[in-house]
Design a protein around this ligand. Structure first.
Ligand SMILES: Cc1cc2nc3c(=O)[nH]c(=O)nc-3n(C[C@H](O)[C@H](O)[C@H](O)COP(=O)(O)OP(=O)(O)OC[C@H]3O[C@@H](n4cnc5c(N)ncnc54)[C@H](O)[C@@H]3O)c2cc1C
Length: 382
């Protein structure tokens, strides 16, 4: 008998497996495809408080995420690295320049003792000294602030490997039939093997609602995905030396251009649009690519960039908490729903996965009626 069965091997399921195994629970994680195949390998790879969430007034989320940024920099130094960002502002209202200056300073204040480096406004001339490639952009000025980036799929694999080292069993390519049978969770694997467990965690990202229905839980529309598309250019076509945050000229949304010299490319993203596509068959639509390309053409008018310069493109579905309002205005907060011996984890971000897992395993102690040792995932290296 297992203490815990986890459905979903993205970063959240991996985090729960690691935390629970470290606290001595017998854990089996089932992943329908391969670990990290879902959203967790299609992110912008930012380990960040989210400077744009400040605009949405999500101060508590930014504060928590900045604390998690510090924790991940500490426990995963091979995978998570600090990175300075230049926030680029177009010619326009001067108050915007003051606003972004105040924004980055607030960001630094919220990071408190974990702040990583300079956060202040930059004049146009100062911005160009940092990034000469912006010379022909219609610039007002900008600001410098600090964040971190990671290898997202590497973070999933390391977390899974660490969970295995603590005794967790991971089964991939496994679409099991899972039933809640009174006090027991019963999973029948395609091989016919039966696994019984005392508790269940559903950590299925954008598949959450479908998995809940499959398991026989009450139909609830918890997750409302928005699609995010990224495109890349060879570094030789966009020889950018700094990561940029910018506002899209069409709709003022914040987006990023991030050089990745290790992959000889610049990543541009992302979109944030309502989607009804299945997470199993996401498409990169021509409109999304054109939208991202327009922003880069606007920023670097003399580079003559066209569709032919795009090297890769991919799409992911954000497993956001379902709520009313515009797609990009949706909160990145998470929710853990407890129903008997089952926990469903919905929402959240790559950045906050460890804290989400800690909260879920703390709750599992109550579900199992067992006093668990304290969480150690913020101390032990990945
Ligand atoms: C475009 C984009 C950019 C993003 N950028 C960032 C960023 O820069 N920083 C950040 O912090 N966050 C970012 N996010 C959010 C972050 O990527 C997600 O919040 C996170 O990866 C979700 O992880 P997860 O484990 O919940 O879901 P997933 O990674 O999707 O994992 C769910 C897993 O469940 C599996 N599954 C489905 N059904 C079953 C079943 N029946 N049985 C077993 N397994 C099943 C799937 O195969 C999948 O592997 C971004 C998201 C997107 C889409």
């Amino acid at each position: 008998m297992q203490d815990l069965l986890i459905l979903g091997g993205g970063i959240v399921g991996a985090g729960v497996a690691r935390d629970a195994a470290m606290r001595g629970l017998r854990v089996t994680l089932l992943e329908r495809r391969t670990v990290g195949w879902g959203t967790s390998s299609r992110s912008s790879r930012l380990i960040h408080g989210g400077i744009r969430y400040l605009e949405m007034g999500d101060i508590a989320l930014v504060h928590e995420a900045l604390a998690e940024r510090a924790t991940l920099l500490k426990i995963a130094p091979r995978l998570v690295h600090p990175i300075p960002f230049l926030f680029v502002l177009e010619r326009g209202a001067w108050w915007q320049w003051f606003r972004i200056g105040i924004g980055v300073m607030l960001y630094r204040l919220l990071a408190h003792r974990h702040a990583l480096g300079p956060h202040h406004p930059l004049s146009r001339a100062a911005l160009l000294r940092h990034e000469p490639l912006l010379a022909n952009a219609p610039l007002l000025g900008g600001a410098i602030y600090q964040d971190a980036r990671c290898d997202d799929i590497g973070l999933v694999w390391s977390t899974i490997t660490n969970a295995q080292r603590h005794g967790a069993r991971i089964i991939e390519e496994c679409d099991a039939d899972v039933r809640v049978d009174g006090e027991e969770i019963v999973a029948t694997l395609p091989s016919g093997q039966v696994i019984r467990a005392r508790s269940l965690v559903i950590a299925a990202g954008p598949w959450t609602d479908a998995v809940r229905t499959k398991v026989g839980l009450r139909d609830r529309r918890l997750v409302g995905g928005t699609k995010g598309v990224h495109i890349t250019f060879p570094l030789s076509r966009v020889p950018l030396t700094n990561a940029l945050a910018l506002r899209h000229p069409d709709d003022n949304r914040v987006m990023f251009c991030i050089p990745e010299p290790e992959h000889d490319r610049v990543v541009v993203g992302t979109t944030d649009t309502e989607s009804t596509e299945s997470p199993d068959a996401l498409t990169v639509e021509a409109d999304d690519v054109a939208y991202l390309l327009r922003a880069v053409q606007h920023l670097f008018p003399t580079l003559g960039l066209s569709l032919a310069d795009i090297r890769d493109r991919w799409a992911g579905l954000r497993p956001l908490l379902r709520q009313e309002g515009s797609a990009s205005g949706r909160s990145r907060e998470h929710k853990i729903l407890r129903e008997g011996r089952t926990l469903t984890i919905a929402g959240g971000k790559l950045t906050t996965y460890r804290a989400m897992a800690e909260e879920a395993v703390d709750l599992l102690g109550e579900v199992l009626g067992q006093e668990l040792p304290p969480c150690r995932t913020a101390e032990e290296l990945l």
